[in-house]
Design a protein around this ligand. Sequence first.
Ligand code: ATP
Length: 363
Amino acid sequence: MAQVLIRNLNKKFEEVHAVKDVNLEIRDKEFVVLVGPSGCGKTTTLRMVAGLESITSGQVLIGDTVVNALPPMDRDIAMVFQNYALYPHMSVYDNMAFGLKMRKFKREEIDRRVKDAAEILGIQSHLKRKPRQLSGGQRQRVALGRAIVRHPQVFLFDEPLSNLDAKLRVQMRVELKKIHDRLGTTAIYVTHDQVEAMTLGDRVVVMKDGVVQQVGEPLELYNSPANRFVAGFIGSPAMNFATVRLHEADGSLWAQGDGVKIEVPAAIAARLRRYAGEEVAMGVRPEDLRVATDQDGAGLSVEAIVEVVEKLGSEILLDVQVGRSTMVAAVEPTVPAKRHDRLRLALNPERLHFFDRASEAAI
Ligand code: ATP
């Protein structure tokens, strides 16, 4: 087991600066997920930890060792990729044993490790089969098994579940979590899927354009996003944004914009006052909007016209027009809203987010 330290890590591919000054401390036994849109540099970061990509500048330490110059074989890591590339002519057993045979492990030790891993993964009865005789989920388990038998210091996962169908992905996600709880091996996991990141990660690293935007526990990212990008990326459906101008009137701070006029709650107003007279971005999550009742004051609701009603069973998603912008509200499944209805939507005052227009940092 080991911690992984990434210090001022940079990667330049000729004109592309793919990874920019990344600093991360992945603790022993921790499961850390790197997440971000395509091209944000997450795979390149992982590949530098693995030794599959050279480091332009900075350092990677596994345990106490600087591994920059070590080949992948000597880094005591095991990788699982999206494309699990099992050897088609070998049995499941031999696929899992192969890496250990290459490293000249004793036959009894190999046998013990393969059987232990098969038991953890629930594939004991498939050991004699060839990969083509397995389902996608079973093949992915074998690929995991190949990594587990190595007893590495660190697991590196690069989108390992993205070839599986949606249902299997959810199931394998749960299994991965259980396997990690059982083995306690430090893990770095790359995905573009924020739900996967939130459910798997002890901590999540959000990246954009090669730069780390925020590192935190899943709920920390959800509740206190550091900037507008993280706010929009984490959470599904995504946070709604409206441009509002802040101004003081009648002893209160108001946020006013297209279709929106809200009295900013006192607790938030204190830190927003310095923006009085300026435009800021206001964010509200779909789940923090609900159909207003007579008790809701006008100062914390918006007028909306329903455009689309998505009945998901456990909730209804209303795509609504507020002024000229569209928003999504996740409301109770019993709400009888129809297309073209006019509604007032109440906002949860404690859960409004505001962002600087220029820097996009949370304020
Ligand atoms: P994806 O989810 O699409 O794999 P990613 O976040 O993992 O995206 P990377 O694969 O790390 O992103 O790529 C980061 C940037 O570096 C991209 O702009 C990509 O085009 C560029 N890049 C990656 N590999 C190379 C390469 N071998 N040569 C040149 N540019 C590269």
